[in-house]
Design a protein around this ligand. Structure first.
Ligand SMILES: CC/C=C\C/C=C\C[C@@H](O)/C=C/C=C/C=C\[C@@H](O)CCCC(=O)O
Ligand SMILES: [Zn+2]
Length: 612
């Protein structure tokens, strides 16, 4: 398949030879053909003497490649490796030496099946009248919408000019310039990795949330969205208090149609979120805080490749919980709440480890992605094991008073850069060189051993005590359940309780029905609660709830919910065939990454396609 980058097992490009510094995009959005068509002009710094420039591309139809003077350049597009794309080698007419600058213009069209793009028919939108387009480039799908060095080791600035039919709004992960008739311009003056290039095109409305924020959505969701995310500026200010100034100027939110596969995606200047966050109680604000924290960890300081994904996600979860706690005035309550969220995370980590198996190398903090697509390695492990490791380090060196300063020093040192775990370790050891406790850290176990972390912090369990007591009551078949039992629970305590039940032996059907009714979880509007309730129903083999289960997986595409539900259905032999059938019928409405991962969860191969 041609040599891969020595810096990144998921890229063909060779940024150590020549590196992209800026990209100018000029694209037309064609809703008829489901393609983007136009050109990308690349500004490249030559770092070593080269005769060719190697890029990543996936199913791009290239019509021409030109040098700065307009002369045509020869190129070779390697064979298409499924899920990896092709190596694009641009042959330079003469040798270019280190220090030179190159300008290259590539004219191309994307494939209608581009893995980064989802083209929605009007019926898949809330308004039902207009089509919609959105992208998801993380981890390595940017190559399906632009030829680039598709590795987070490379950061570039970009500008764009996008044309789309007149009634549509075009948004990108950048500062929006003028929008005149059918043409919108953008500029992103901060360097970012390719996986943070993003585009969305739909008939949208917006509401102001704060001095630097707006929320965008279709008109059907706009009022609910404006209410749900009204506290965005408060979160931004709390984040800045911990991490320093927000450097991306604007922080907007875009509420996508239900098929968006993630809770949120930290596209700079414009976080993409799932509409499942619209719980009507602001209880999923932690997702917004999480995405805001990526403005520092992930977007400003970036993992060098996805083997070090924990540097993005572990740090972000760690900061999310610190900032979440800082929003609580009472310091004792704040600590309790932070530890409670961490305990919830520990449950999720434990489930992720058991899905892969405790000896799976994919449960290591640092993974080996040679021959493995990052989408196949994705789980809660880098999020929760990573955050837990940082919490352990924080406790070890003397607590937040000491560690918060380290965090700011780390963000300053690696600002606008990409790094790997060894660089993080070296920086931390140098920073704490006079701190004896740091010498006790068993780096090898934390970073390179599989399974649960070697040490679990001594979390405050005050907020879980009531839950543990309630679980004893639920187990006692003589005790009757009533809403009083949970009336004082926060949504997160409810979630924690349901998650504990998922991890225990299935409830008898009668007990399950009483719990669903009395605790008002059956049909709950909060998807975090509903998701766990439906899993409990599957665990108890309650076939009267199957219609609700299928409705849930068909009405939204957040993989955090859909994948475990399908895995549970697969494990229920009597409904396995029905689950597969339901998936095949709905696959065409899913984004590439959802269909790709669900096929694996359901043990389907490419041949099993619904041809209806
Ligand atoms: C060790 C893992 C190695 C590689 C994984 C790298 C990328 C994984 C890829 O599948 C992309 C992930 C994108 C995630 C975007 C947002 C998430 O943080 C959302 C979390 C889940 C949710 O809340 O719905
Ligand atoms: Zn994240």
């Amino acid at each position: 398949m041609g040599a891969l980058s020595p810096l990144d097992p998921s890229s063909f490009s060779r940024p150590e030879q020549a590196i992209i510094r800026h990209i100018s995009l000029n694209l037309n959005v064609d809703f008829e053909k489901h393609v983007l068509h136009g050109h990308a002009k690349l500004d490249v710094d030559v770092l070593e003497d080269i005769n060719s420039l190697i890029l990543d591309a996936s199913n791009l139809k290239i019509s021409s490649i030109e040098a700065d003077d307009g002369s045509k350049l020869q190129y070779k597009l390697g064979e298409h490796i499924p899920n990896m794309g092709s190596k694009l080698t641009i042959l330079l007419p003469k040798q270019h030496i280190a220090g030179e600058k190159l300008k290259i213009k590539i004219t191309y069209t994307t494939d209608p099946q581009a893995s980064a793009l989802q083209w929605l028919d009007p019926e898949q939108t809330s308004g039902k009248k207009h089509p919609y387009l959105f992208s998801q480039c993380q981890p390595i799908h940017a190559r399906s919408i632009l030829p680039c060095q598709d590795t987070p080791a490379v950061k570039f600035t970009y500008d764009a000019e996008v044309t789309a039919p007149e009634e549509f709004t075009v948004l990108m992960s950048a500062l929006r310039g003028e929008a005149r008739s059918n043409r919108t311009t953008f500029r992103q003056p901060m360097p970012l990795p390719s996986y943070l290039v993003a585009i969305a095109v739909g008939v949208l409305e917006s509401r102001t949330l704060g001095p630097r924020s707006r929320v965008w959505s279709e008109k059907e969701e706009i009022e609910r969205s404006a209410w749900e995310f009204a506290e965005t500026e408060k979160y931004l200010q709390a984040a800045e208090k911990l991490c320093g100034p927000y450097e991306w100027s604007e922080y907007d939110l875009l509420v996508l149609p239900p098929s968006f596969p993630y809770g949120g995606m930290e596209n700079p200047c414009l976080t993409f979120v799932t509409p499942t966050l619209l719980a009507g109680d602001r209880s999923q604000a932690d997702v917004i805080v999480h995405e805001i924290m990526h403005s520092w960890t992930g977007n400003l300081v970036t993992n060098r490749n996805f083997e070090h994904f924990w540097l993005n996600e572990g740090f972000t979860v760690f900061l999310e919980r610190k900032v979440g706690a800082s929003l609580i005035n009472d310091s004792v309550e704040a600590k309790r709440s932070r530890d409670f969220q961490s305990l919830l995370g520990l449950q999720e980590l434990s489930e992720a480890v058991s899905v892969f198996g405790a000896s799976s190398p994919l449960t290591n903090l640092v993974v080996d992605l040679n021959g493995i697509h990052p989408d196949d390695a994705f789980s809660r492990v880098p999020y929760e094991k990573g955050s837990l490791f940082l919490r352990y380090l924080e406790d070890q060196v003397g607590g937040p008073e000491v560690f918060d300063d380290f965090l700011r020093a780390y963000l300053t040192k690696f600002r606008k850069k990409s790094l790997d775990t060894e660089q993080f370790k070296a920086f931390l050891l140098e920073y704490f060189k006079d701190n004896q406790a740091i010498k006790q850290v068993d780096w090898d176990s934390w970073l390179h051993k599989s399974g649960m972390p070697p040490i679990i912090p001594d979390y405050d369990t005050t907020m879980t005590k009531a839950i543990s007591a309630l679980l004893v009551k639920i187990d006692d078949s003589n005790a009757s359940l009533s809403y009083e039992d949970v009336a004082n629970f926060t949504p997160h305590q409810m979630i924690h309780m349901l998650q504990q039940l998922i991890d225990r032996p299935a409830l008898p059907l009668e007990r399950l029905a009483a719990l669903g009714k009395e605790y008002k979880v059956n049909g709950n509007k909060n998807t975090e609660i509903l998701y766990r309730w439906l899993r409990l129903c599957i665990r108890s083999r309650d076939d009267t709830k199957l219609q609700d289960v299928f409705h849930f997986v068909n009405s939204q595409g957040r993989m955090k919910y859909v994948r475990p539900v399908y895995r549970d259905l697969y494990a229920w032999e009597d409904v396995r065939a029905r689950a597969i059938d339901n998936f095949l019928k709905n696959e065409k409405y899913m984004m590439h990454v959802s269909a790709y991962t669900l096929r694996k969860d359901l043990h389907l191969d490419e041949k099993t396609k619904n041809t209806e």
